[in-house]
Design a protein around this ligand. Structure first.
Ligand SMILES: CC(C)(COP(=O)(O)OP(=O)(O)OC[C@H]1O[C@@H](n2cnc3c(N)ncnc32)[C@H](O)[C@@H]1OP(=O)(O)O)[C@@H](O)C(=O)NCCC(=O)NCCSC(=O)c1cc(O)c2ccccc2c1O
Length: 286
């Protein structure tokens, strides 16, 4: 177990909002910014996700992104037995997971992974119990993972007729190395929290009773830091990993910053005032 924080964890009070069937969306209200928590509430299936669950997580993530008070987002599962056990096998059709009986199957999780990568705020997986299959990939896509000592990680795809060759392959190989990643996928073993920490799969492991306090403490430490610096760092890492899509997001954030600059504003103002822009007043920085 590792920790760099010396201060005692402060109690947290959550405020739930929204109408949901599969998740809960909560925020804290504290000085210095708030934390959003998205909880998958399907403990009867170890928090397996069906399409409705993913639609709701996506909506909640958008709320957290748009809320300018929110500085960090926690993704977790209800109860102590599971973070998430992946796709709900009961609604797995012959061409993906089905929103309802009559619908055509598809993979709603594809778009959610991209949305999580694009979210400019840190997302922290808070894992107790099982993080299996698509649930394991969900924690991989989060920026940080705090695990309880009862957490168990693994991929089951090849055992149940599936695989994730997207982030579930690439990010895993980057984290633990290609040989270990192939072992995880080829053998479908389960790994306890200590082994996951040794592999670099999680950031820290804490006693189950301290899971939420530690996760909140990590979020509070990020809330005290520069939001722009955190944002641009996340996008910089993604720019390397996500190719053109990652570069585009980082570049557009550079544009966002440039819009706040007098040089960019001179161009806009000159157009509005129907005059020639005077860019000569700005230094050509070495
Ligand atoms: C997670 C387990 C290892 C836990 O085992 P344990 O023995 O502790 O618990 P039970 O097996 O008794 O489970 C309790 C209860 O929950 C039900 N349940 C568990 N997981 C699921 C699930 N994923 N879907 C539906 N139901 C589930 C279980 O049936 C029990 O219910 P009862 O009514 O019988 O009491 C173990 O449960 C396990 O291995 N679960 C299956 C994990 C699994 O198959 N996950 C799906 C993998 S595929 C996937 O997630 C996936 C999703 C995508 O959207 C993709 C998209 C694109 C590419 C790939 C994708 C992908 O691979």
């Amino acid at each position: 177990m590792t920790s760099t924080s010396t201060s005692e964890p402060q109690p947290v009070s959550w405020h739930a909002s929204g109408e949901w069937t599969d998740i809960r969306y909560e925020t804290t209200d504290e000085p210095g910014g708030s934390i959003a928590k998205i909880t998958i509430c399907r403990p009867e299936v170890h928090n397996a996700f069906r399409p409705q669950t993913l639609v709701e997580i996506s909506h909640a993530l958008e709320l957290a992104r748009e809320d300018e008070t929110v500085g960090a987002i926690i993704l977790t599962g209800e109860g102590e037995r599971a973070f998430c056990s992946g796709g709900d096998q009961r609604v797995r059709g012959d061409s993906g997971y089905k929103l309802d009986e009559g619908s055509t199957g598809r993979f709603h999780v594809t778009d959610l992974h991209v949305q999580m990568r694009r979210c400019p705020k840190p997302i922290v997986a808070m894992v107790a119990g099982w993080a299996i299959g698509g649930g394991h990939v969900l924690h991989l896509v989060c920026d940080l993972t705090i695990a309880a000592d009862n957490a168990r990680f693994g991929q089951v795809g090849p055992r149940v007729g599936s695989f994730d060759g997207g982030y579930g392959a690439g990010l895993l190989a980057d984290l633990v190395g290609p040989k270990k990643a192939k072992e995880i996928w080829f053998l479908c073993r389960q790994y306890d929290a200590a082994e996951a920490e040794r592999m670099g799969l999680v950031n820290t492991v804490v006693p189950l009773a301290e899971l939420e306090a530690t996760t909140v403490q990590w979020c509070r430490e990020m809330l005290a830091l520069s939001p722009w610096a955190l944002r641009l760092y996340k996008l910089s890492v993604n720019a390397h990993e996500d190719g053109y899509a990652g570069i585009q997001q980082l570049a557009h954030d550079a544009n966002l910053l440039f819009y706040g600059n007098a040089e960019a504003q001179e161009g806009r103002n000159a157009f509005r005032e129907k005059r020639t822009p005077d860019f000569g007043q700005f230094p050509r920085r070495p």
